[in-house]
Ligand binder design. Structure first.
Ligand code: ADP
Ligand code: MG
Length: 362
């Protein structure tokens, strides 16, 4: 079977790697150049985009920020999974909030701002500690601004005055003091079968994911059920097929949805070593109409992102249970270059192993 992925970064690469043993051939589309590339070598194919769209048995995405005309062109083939509505909801925070509110899914208090002066109302409504997010094209904390005191408001308004908020509104959120961040990665097949990975606990730094631990420790049945209920509501409402990730903030015993990602997700990378079937394989299985694979956890596993560097010692692999996944990218500040997965028999062991790993990473 031929699978075509819109986007040619590390997620397409890891899907390609997972596809080989199943006889699934994964090609990727560079959505800027609009050409077809090999997700492993990045070599441009002599196949045209049109040809690849015709030959593909299923088409999916590795990220949600796909130019609208391309997304519509692909959707017209009838092969796009998940649905175009799912991808658009993940790409546009205004649509995402409408989806969550429409389904009565608890999320972060917010205000949509289409005129810079509405920021004053946002402060009145939500308080002076705010996180301001461009409704489109943000990722890894890019396209976000923080307000920690009303005294910074004038300067922030000046800074944002160049944005066209009629075209790309801001979603202004109350800065929450949550206990921790969790995410649920799950997968739904075309016939409605659902499999969930356990909740992962995620540590972010400056808006970017650094570490995930799965299964998240101290998760009771009620918390787990809340997360799965949210997943089910979203997956059913969207007629979802494939892997869907839901990011949560835990406030006491309540989960608030932060955002959704209609694709394989960084907080699911641990599953490459820690689960029976990894998220990449399960996404391919779902969009190809194959039975889903078991999501059973093998061992507690941590995923550590390697960010902005590639000059660490490969002796890191001498640490028992560690596995390195490099993406073959050139180094840039804040760029995700790869990740390490490390598994252990217990959380205590995992903690020790992570300390040992930290010595190798800058
Ligand atoms: P991105 O698309 O860049 O992942 P997110 O909305 O997930 O954007 O924000 C990135 C990170 O910023 C979150 O994982 C969280 O750590 C922090 N963050 C986002 N929204 C809030 C909020 N309302 N309150 C506190 N922290 C937040
Ligand atoms: Mg996020």
């Amino acid at each position: 079977m031929n699978i075509l992925i819109l986007g040619s970064g590390q997620l397409a690469r890891m899907m390609a790697l997972a596809g080989y043993p199943l006889g699934l051939h994964v090609a990727a589309v560079d959505v800027n150049a609009r050409n077809v590339v090999d997700p492993l070598t990045k070599l441009v194919s002599d196949k045209s985009l049109i040809q690849a769209l015709v030959e593909a048995d299923a088409i999916s995405v590795e990220f949600e920020h796909i130019p609208q005309d391309l997304l519509e062109q692909v959707n017209a083939t009838g092969k796009l999974k998940p649905s175009i509505e799912s991808i658009m909801a993940g790409a546009d925070r205004v649509k995402e909030k409408a989806l969550l509110s429409g389904l009565n899914i608890a999320n972060c208090p917010y205000k949509i701002v289409t005129d810079i002066n509405q920021l004053d109302e946002a402060v009145v409504q939500l308080g002076e500690k705010l996180i301001i997010k461009a409704s489109r094209d943000g990722y890894d904390g890019y396209g976000q601004w923080r307000l920690s005191s009303v005294t910074q408001l004038a300067e922030l308004k000046l800074q944002l005055s160049e944005l066209d908020l009629q075209k790309v509104p801001l979603v202004v959120e109350k800065m929450l003091c949550f206990e921790r961040e969790l995410s649920l990665v799950g997968v739904r097949s075309a016939n409605g079968e659902i499999a969930y990975y356990p909740l992962a606990e995620n540590l972010h730094h400056q808006g970017q994911l650094h570490v995930s631990v799965a299964p998240a420790p101290h998760v009771n049945e009620a918390l787990n059920q809340q997360a799965q209920d949210v997943f089910n509501k979203l997956a059913h409402a969207l007629g979802y097929v494939g892997v869907l990730a839901v990011e949560f903030f835990q406030m006491g015993d309540q989960l608030l949805v932060n955002e959704i990602a209609p694709r394989v997700h960084n907080s699911g990378h641990w599953s490459m070593q820690g689960a029976d079937t990894c998220q990449f394989e399960n996404h391919l299985r779902a969009i190809s109409g194959l039975p889903l694979g078991a999501t059973t956890v093998l061992k507690p596993t941590a995923m550590i992102n390697i960010i902005g560097c590639d000059d660490f010692s490969k002796d890191i692999l001498s640490i028992a249970g560690s596995h390195l996944h490099l993406y073959g990218k050139t180094v840039r500040a804040k760029r995700k270059m790869g990740h390490l997965n490390v598994s252990a028999d217990s959380y205590a062991e995992l903690g020790k192993t992570m300390q040992a790993l930290a010595q190798y990473l800058p």
